[in-house]
Design a protein around this ligand. Structure first.
Ligand code: ZN
Length: 176
């Protein structure tokens, strides 16, 4: 587990979320509780997975697990690497790019996007990626965010969860 690292940009995004949704005091609490200073984080640098776990857990401790859905949604909409792709407005293209972006951002675990040219649905599978339920809920919100930014009317359902004992985490996206 020692080499499980992720990019600082994601962590900074969590702090931005707390600041914009819950204000400066909540943002300060987050810093105190995790001992992570967002000002020290660099977008492209890699940080231990423990930072991710501590921050997400801190948010769920304060606001409940469902809050992570909003965190994921916020992150999906604000990640610089993806924002410029919105103009393509095609969920399948976006999911492929999201996989590349994922591998760049979280260089551990494995994500697979299963879809084909004709179907209006996709399965996204995470293997050895999520270790806490908070991450799983955040991804649910992230996929909902991807549908929104591509102006796709659809739903996301979490059908399997490795944290809860399944072989992997799986999300089903369906759209019109
Ligand atoms: Zn899961």
């Amino acid at each position: 587990m020692t080499d499980r690292m992720l990019r600082g940009g994601v962590l900074k995004g969590y702090f931005d979320f707390v600041l914009s949704e819950h204000g400066k005091d909540a943002w300060q609490d987050c810093i105190l509780n995790t001992n992570i200073n967002p000002k020290d984080l660099k977008d492209k640098d890699l940080y231990p997975e423990a930072y991710n776990i501590d921050l997400l857990t801190c948010i769920s401790d304060q606001y409940g697990l469902e809050e992570l859905r909003k965190v994921g949604n916020y992150t999906a909409k604000n990640l610089g690497g993806l924002a410029h792709l919105v103009r393509f407005a095609n969920i399948k293209f976006f999911l492929r790019k999201a996989k590349e972006s994922y591998e760049e951002t979280f260089p551990f675990g494995k994500v697979s996007v299963l879809t084909d040219e004709f179907s209006k649905n996709a399965s996204v599978i995470f293997k050895d990626s999520n270790v806490i339920e908070e991450s799983c809920v955040a991804w649910l919100g992230a996929f909902e965010g991807f549908l929104e930014v591509t102006r796709t009317k659809g739903t996301v359902e979490k059908v399997k969860c490795q944290v809860k004992g399944d072989e992997y985490c799986e999300y089903k996206l369906r759209w019109e």
